[in-house]
Design a protein around this ligand. Structure first.
Ligand SMILES: Cc1ncc(COP(=O)(O)O)c(C=O)c1O
Length: 404
């Protein structure tokens, strides 16, 4: 019998909502909510500080969570895992720490036009402060990056490449293997934004051969406020700290500071112990569900949704016509109706979708739309959810006063 995953999620179990905004944030299963509570009920002390038994327990849970994340993304060592608040903070850490100390006037930073603002603006800041230049890696209207686009973006001046693995607007994957190969040829480091990939596919930092990788816990069912930065040990070791303060030092005298070893050098201040512990629970839950099942269900629902929308002549699906290229994300526009109105009408029917520019305005300009409505699916969504969305979408133009 098919398992009803909705039953694992209190919000979905107890509300009739059709939740199709998992690319913004996923729902949390009981096991994650319980893990966060467990930390506060059983282990609550300030991790990495208290030398009494409870403090050591708190530290142990936090470091166990780090090991869990390291195994999840196949890092060579847990020392390469830094806990942050979210992907945005992880990307800023690399920009402020690595970017500002390594890039110089005239250096080139390749940023794909598909990027979320969180993986564009830190590099624009670095360029402004150092005199380096941001070069956009282009894509076509469907989000495909061609070999010609790749050749045009890279040069011997390329020193850093910031790219997403999956677009949060179109769901398309970037050709990461080719990007890494070109970066290596130029001697550039690769910063991979895995915010939209880790919830949906196996991510192996060693196989990908990237230098940095960022993701947010909340998109893979962990609590908000816990994120991850992976960095190669050789690079992290010689990078200056991003934030300074408590717990990121070995010794401080009046005239000298010796920073802590990795990864603590990059974790200033009280850490999110409960969030890290609950992230580990989310990872274990995700692994139990399995990427194979996640991808199968997403493809089933994406195909159903795209087939249904394609039948409506006034709906334009953005991106590739192939459901396999969407990673559970379908952005669309409806002729004559603003996406904000689409979203409000769907909300009245109990359906949650995202509307707007999705923090990717340069991509919107590239694909020539102001904004879109985005339905993003996860394995807990059902064919009934998609049926309800399609039924509602068919009524929208009529409800906005059009003939059909
Ligand atoms: C591709 C991508 N990168 C980065 C982010 C930023 O994530 P957060 O807001 O959790 O920092 C998002 C969030 O939607 C995203 O989709």
């Amino acid at each position: 019998m098919k398992r009803d995953y909705r039953q694992d999620f209190p919000l979905l179990r107890e509300n009739p909502i059709v939740y199709l905004d998992s690319a913004a944030t996923a729902q949390r299963p009981d096991v994650v909510i319980e893990a966060e509570m467990e930390f506060y009920k059983k282990y609550n002390a300030n991790p990495l500080r208290g030398l009494y038994s409870l403090g050591i327990e708190a530290t142990d849970r936090y470091e166990e969570a780090r090991e869990c994340v390291a195994n999840f993304i196949h890092a060579a060592s847990a020392k390469e895992i830094i806990f942050t608040r979210n992907a945005t903070e992880s990307l800023n850490l690399v920009a402020y720490s690595y970017g500002l100390s390594h890039l110089r006037e005239g250096d080139e930073i390749v940023v794909s036009i598909l990027e979320h603002h969180s993986n564009q603006l830190p590099w624009r800041m670095v360029a402004e402060k150092t005199g380096a230049v941001v070069k956009y890696l282009e894509c076509d209207r469907q989000g495909h990056i061609s070999d010609v686009d790749l050749q045009a973006a890279f040069s011997e001046k390329t020193k850093l490449v910031a790219v997403t693995q999956v677009s949060n607007v179109l769901g398309i994957k970037t050709p990461i293997d080719k990007i890494v190969a070109l970066a290596k040829k130029s001697g550039a480091v690769v910063v991979l934004d895995a915010a939209q990939s880790t919830p949906h596919m196996e991510v192996d930092v060693q196989k990908l051969d990237v230098d940095f990788l960022a993701f947010s816990g909340h998109k893979l069912m962990a609590p908000m406020g816990i994120g991850v930065l992976y960095g190669r040990k050789e690079l992290l070791s010689e990078m200056p700290p991003f934030l300074t303060g408590g717990e990121m030092i070995q010794t401080v005298t009046r005239d000298k500071v010796v920073y802590a070893e990795l990864p603590h050098k990059f974790e200033a201040g009280t850490v999110n112990g409960a969030g890290a512990w609950a992230l580990a629970a989310a990872i274990r839950y995700l692994q139990e569900v399995g990427y194979e099942h996640i991808q199968k269900q997403e493809l089933l629902l994406t195909t159903q949704l795209m087939e249904g929308l394609t039948k409506l002549p006034y709906v334009q699906i953005q991106g590739s016509p192939d459901p396999k290229e969407h990673c559970g994300i379908v952005s669309f526009t409806i002729d004559g109706v603003h996406p904000h109105d689409v979203s409000s009408i769907l909300d009245a029917d109990g359906i949650a979708v995202r509307a707007g520019h999705h923090c990717a305005q340069p991509l919107m300009q590239q694909i020539d739309v102001m904004s879109t409505t985005r339905a993003s699916m996860y394995f807990y969504n059902t064919e009934e959810d998609i049926e309800k969305l399609l039924t509602s979408v068919q009524t929208i133009r009529r409800r906005m006063g059009y003939g059909e």
